[in-house]
Design a protein around this ligand. Structure first.
Ligand code: S3P
Length: 164
């Protein structure tokens, strides 16, 4: 079984994926990290060199072509579920879990903005407005997940329990 963790930047997908994979004793696949390794560029560098449209194509291709082991936990980029048929593909190929968080909670967790090109130079006020607007666009995709979990203060045990 592949478990896909989805949700906005800063909701804890990568950390939770590692913790959950540890508990389930299976591999973790972080799709942003796969792209960084493959392209030998950070996500910010990739955006600057090739633009967002090219990144979205690459992340969709990576999602669909990665040689996943039978059982694994996959951390996805925050925008991934909202492009092409990525959400449908994940729902057909595994279990999708939306780690939901409120906009103000996301702001308080997004300290390292420089590595995230969409929010790199925003102050807290600009970021809050951006998140509210983006979540409105993205929620229709995120909420196609098979499981929606409140991710604030979520520990790996609770996440594992909810998956059963
Ligand atoms: C993005 C989220 C990032 C990364 C890219 C775009 C987005 O991943 O894929 O910067 O559109 O929300 P994280 O959610 O892991 O930060």
């Amino acid at each position: 079984m592949k478990i896909f963790l989805i949700g906005f930047m800063g909701c804890g997908k990568s950390t939770k994926a590692k913790q959950l994979a540890n508990k389930l004793e299976c591999q973790v696949v972080d799709l942003d990290a796969v792209i960084v390794e493959q392209e030998k560029q950070t996500i910010a560098e990739y955006f600057a060199a090739h633009g967002e449209a090219s990144f979205r194509q690459l992340e969709s291709d990576t999602l669909k072509n990665y040689p996943y082991p039978e059982t694994c936990v996959v951390a996805t980029g925050g925008g991934l579920p909202c492009f092409f048929d990525n959400m449908e593909w994940m729902n057909a190929n595994g279990k999708t879990v939306y780690l939901h968080m409120e906009p103000a909670q996301l702001v308080s967790r997004l300290h390292n903005r420089q590595k995230r090109p969409l929010i790199a130079n925003m102050d807290d006020e600009q970021l809050l407005a951006f998140i509210i607007k983006k979540l409105e666009e993205r929620d229709p995709f995120y909420t196609k997940a098979q499981l929606i979990i409140n991710a604030f203060d979520l520990d790996a045990e609770t996440l594992e329990e909810k998956l059963n």
